[in-house]
Design a protein around this ligand. Structure first.
Ligand code: UT7
Length: 326
């Protein structure tokens, strides 16, 4: 049966100039480069410059995606931006990006808040907007400045996160409805609010009237991550009538190399098929998947017809997975 698919038209990314190596944290807290590498796989991360906002990162990533797709801002109907670190409480960061891209008056823009799983939620929403005919071309962005919500005295969190942005443009294309179609083939979205306390920010508009800092029970999140990501990944494949052997590339959320490896082993996918950027970016929350996607695309790793599996988990807990044929 003919269906409207959301196919990838181009992607882009942006990383702030400042690179912070693990060794810099040895001066701040009781940690070592060896511990950070061994426990997380992270070697360095980028931090936004003073005054550089989430929207600034997002706009650069979006511009690169437009160039990659051979499109202009006027070709975009909607901007869907996943972030947990918006410029302001309101208006949405997405509307700032929309204005900068010059999408004109025909479209719309909004933010999505699902923390580190935000990109998968944004992708699912953008796909639904295209399938329903609400929009024909959607700029899907993950952009974060987690350096703004770090407790620099907390060694269990401050060494793990980074800033950055990634973007992918999805466009409507008629498909056959089969798993051989290009585009997003399935999405799985999940959350369980009973686990709010495992990963949260201790501030907010209606509680403290401050932005707050990130708090995490890392070991607990780790256990949930491997189990929930593996199940969501398998469900995404099943929903698309695909098998684990059909997967060309996994583009996972880049939180921890050990989570990436353990999840790949649980699903049964060899490490050669996993895109890994955590060593250079740290955990950039909602930006991590589109960042990894665009870096891999720039390296020419994806070929038309490749099947990509994406999966992410974050505060909420909130998690999900998606399949996309390149
Ligand atoms: O993106 C959203 C989802 N988030 C995640 O997926 C993160 C999930 N969690 C993790 O990635 C890992 O749990 C961490 C990297 C956060 C921690 O690794 P771990 O192997 O789970 O370590 P742990 O929390 O069990 O801590 C082991 C030890 C502790 O010391 P004791 O209690 O054994 O004496 C910590 O206090 O390591 C200590 N530790 C540190 N030592 C040096 C914690 N942070 C540090 C540090 N440097 N930065």
């Amino acid at each position: 049966m003919a269906v409207t698919r959301a196919v990838a038209l181009g992607c882009g990314h942006y990383l702030p100039e400042r690179v912070v190596e693990n060794a810099e944290f040895e001066k701040l807290v009781d940690t070592t480069d060896e511990w950070i590498r061994a426990r997380s796989g992270i070697e360095r991360r980028h931090f936004a410059a003073e005054g550089q906002k989430t929207s600034d990162l997002a706009i650069e990533a979006a511009k690169m995606a437009l160039e990659n797709a051979g499109l202009t801002g006027a070709d975009i109907d909607a901007v869907v931006l996943a972030t947990a670190t918006p410029d302001q409480t309101f208006p949405s960061t997405a509307t700032r990006v929309q204005a900068a891209l010059g999408t004109g008056e025909h479209g719309f823009a909004f933010d999505i808040q699902a923390v580190c799983a935000g990109f998968v939620f944004a992708l699912a929403n953008a796909t639904a907007l295209i399938a329903s005919g609400q929009a024909r071309r959607v700029m899907v962005i993950g952009a974060e400045t987690f350096s703004r919500i770090m407790d620099w005295n907390d060694r269990t969190t401050s060494v793990l996160f980074g800033d950055g942005a990634g973007a992918i443009i999805l466009g409507a294309e008629e498909g056959s409805g089969e798993a051989t179609d290009r585009g997003v083939l399935s999405t799985i979205l999940r959350s369980d609010g009973r686990f709010n306390d495992l990963l949260y920010v201790d501030g907010g508009v209606s509680t403290t009237q401050t932005a707050g800092v990130l708090k995490m029970q890392g070991r607990e999140v780790f256990k949930h991550a491997v189990q929930k990501l593996a199940v969501a990944g398998e469900e995404a494949l099943e929903r698309a009538h695909l098998d684990v052997s059909d997967v060309t590339w996994v583009v996972p959320h880049q939180a921890n190399m050990r989570i990436i490896k353990a999840t790949a082993a649980k699903i049964g996918i060899p490490m050669e098929k996993i895109i890994v950027t955590v060593q250079d970016h740290g955990n950039t929350s909602a930006a991590s998947i589109p960042l990894a996607l665009s870096v891999a695309n720039q390296e020419g790793r994806f070929k038309p017809g490749d099947l990509l599996l994406m999966e992410a988990i974050g505060g909420g807990l909130t998690w999900g997975a998606a399949t996309l044929r390149w």
